[in-house]
Design a protein around this ligand. Structure first.
Ligand SMILES: Cc1cc2nc3c(=O)[nH]c(=O)nc-3n(C[C@H](O)[C@H](O)[C@H](O)COP(=O)(O)OP(=O)(O)OC[C@H]3O[C@@H](n4cnc5c(N)ncnc54)[C@H](O)[C@@H]3O)c2cc1C
Length: 490
């Protein structure tokens, strides 16, 4: 099935009534976005004396969260040595603590609220297929052992999957993300107002009160929490400068597993990610910087070919997902700017948003409730680091490359004969002729930061190669940061 994750077979959001905002709504705390981050934040705040509201432009849990692989893992590639390099061993240990604490938070919520979400304890591996990877795995082992983690060196995985060297740890988990979010929502909506298909378009401020313009009316709030994955605005925060996007392709089919379920992830440039759900294997591969591989049909093809070659099976589910990667290896969570103490953000989870989205929810709720939290400084959105600056410059080169490539080569060879980019009265338009010959025309610039769009021939969408916004062939937004459509009105 095309871009439909295994989790989406579980219908959740569609079962709930969706009220509409009538012109104006007043709240104390407005959470923009109802993925794992937004809904968990509402959960931690719902017993406070403050009035909490969530809006989501789509449905609760139907953003990036419904296409994750949902490992609850503190073994995250070579993250600890990467953070040590950008910051210090102390900072790296603090991040490790945050991930362990987040797994405990999720486990406690599941137990307390009696949530049925197929939580399963398993062992996890990182591995390399290359000689150069061995030193990195040993370094990660050394850090983890110094923090008391029991590590096992391995030369093979429990399934037939060739590796050179690996590391195994215990006390990691997997779950079903939509079942978790769904039950959390049921709990939260006893006290929190939820408005779906409500898109935040602009945030302004008058006399210390935020005014959030939506497609349905204005919401006024004392606090605004931006939990919409990628903020739709540039200032404050300058998130596009501090981050970049990685896209990954996931395939899944039935699989006979002769060992206990486990999770595994490679540390090499070529990503391989493995987990199991019931009698299915879920395999992620072909990860790339969004700006770098813009022939989306080919990318899909490559990932499903890898799956067939490795597991001798046709994928039953194939989907694509993208996450925000921070330039300095740490997520961005907290107060956006010192001049705006009531505007909070949680983003750039580096493809570990189950744990980071949950710890973010705890941090943001503690900031608002003025409670101490050991991780406020760690994830401070206002930090400036040398690694961050260097990676911003590298990022700018990548963005420029994508921009130039899509400007010069308007009609690349990988488009089929049904797609054209044309200049009409001085403005560029994307034109797609469907199989019945019907013409669909959209504006060719992404409204977020004016990057040129690329046609995704596999999913029949217009995708932004810079910051990941996506639009259907009529120009409606499927995915942000853009919050305006590219429809042609006249
Ligand atoms: C292939 C892949 C595999 C992954 N696997 C794992 C894993 O195994 N473990 C792990 O920990 N992490 C994993 N991640 C990362 C994780 O899935 C994400 O970091 C996490 O789901 C992000 O959650 P979120 O709540 O921030 O965003 P989302 O789930 O996207 O939620 C944001 C919500 O905001 C809404 N929204 C957006 N804009 C607006 C607006 N303007 N107004 C109103 N609403 C808006 C959206 O509709 C959406 O519902 C993976 C990521 C990828 C790409």
């Amino acid at each position: 099935m095309n871009n439909h994750s295994i989790w989406e077979d579980f219908q959740s959001a569609e079962n709930f009534p969706s009220p509409k905002i009538k012109k104006q709504l007043e709240t104390d705390i407005l959470i923009i976005g109802g993925g794992i981050t937004g809904i968990s934040t509402a959960y931690f705040l719902m017993d406070s004396p403050l009035k909490v509201t969530i809006i989501d432009k789509s449905y609760i849990g139907k953003g990036i969260t419904c296409k994750t692989t949902a490992k609850l893992n503190y073994l995250q590639g070579t993250i600890y040595q990467d953070i040590e390099k950008s910051f210090s061993t102390k900072t790296s240990k603090c991040y490790f603590d945050s991930q362990r604490e987040s797994i405990d938070l999720i486990k406690n919520i599941i137990e307390k609220e009696n949530i049925h979400c197929d939580l399963e304890k398993c062992n996890s591996f990182i591995f390399t297929k290359e000689n150069q990877g061995i030193t990195k795995i040993n370094k990660e082992k050394q850090l983890l052992e110094s923090w008391g983690v029991k590590c096992n060196v391995v030369n093979q995985l429990p399934i037939h999957f060739p590796i050179k060297y690996g590391l195994e740890v215990q006390d990691t988990y997997t779950f079903h993300p939509l079942k978790y979010i769904n039950e959390l929502r049921i709990k939260v909506q006893e006290k929190v107002k939820i408005y779906e298909q409500t898109i935040a378009l602009e945030i302004t401020k008058e006399k210390n009160i935020f005014k959030v313009k939506t497609n349905d009316g204005i919401i006024t709030a004392k606090y605004v929490i931006v939990a919409c994955h990628y903020p739709f605005f540039i200032k404050p925060g300058f998130i596009p400068i501090k981050t970049y996007i990685k896209r990954e392709y996931v395939n899944s089919s039935k699989f006979k597993l002769d060992s206990k379920p486990f999770t595994a992830i490679s540390i090499d440039t070529n990503l391989h990610s493995i987990r199991f759900y019931k009698n299915y294997i879920i395999y992620g591969s072909n990860q790339h910087r969004l700006t770098n591989k813009i022939d989306y049909k080919k990318n899909y093809q490559q990932s499903s070919n890898d799956f067939k070659r490795l597991f001798s099976k046709e994928p039953e589910y194939t989907w694509m997902n993208q996450d925000i990667i921070s330039n300095d290896n740490l997520p961005i969570i907290g107060i956006m700017h010192k001049k705006e103490p009531n505007l909070l953000i949680a983003t750039a989870f580096n493809a570990w948003g189950m744990t980071n989205g949950t710890i973010a929810a705890k941090i943001l709720s503690d900031i608002i409730m003025k409670k101490p939290n050991s991780y406020i400084k760690l994830f401070d959105p206002q930090r400036i680091t040398t690694t961050g600056i260097i990676q911003s410059i590298i990022g700018a080169i990548h963005y420029s490359k994508a921009y130039i490539q899509t400007t010069i080569k308007k009609n690349p060879t990988f488009y089929n004969e049904h797609v054209y980019i044309m200049k009409i009265n001085g403005k560029y338009y994307g034109i797609y002729f469907d199989y019945s010959g019907k013409k669909h025309i959209v504006e060719h610039k992404c409204p977020h930061m004016m990057c040129n769009l690329v046609f995704n021939d596999k999913e029949k969408t217009w995708d932004c190669p810079c910051h990941g916004s996506r639009f259907d062939i009529e120009g409606n937004i499927i995915e942000g940061p853009a919050n305006y459509s590219i429809k042609v009105t006249d």
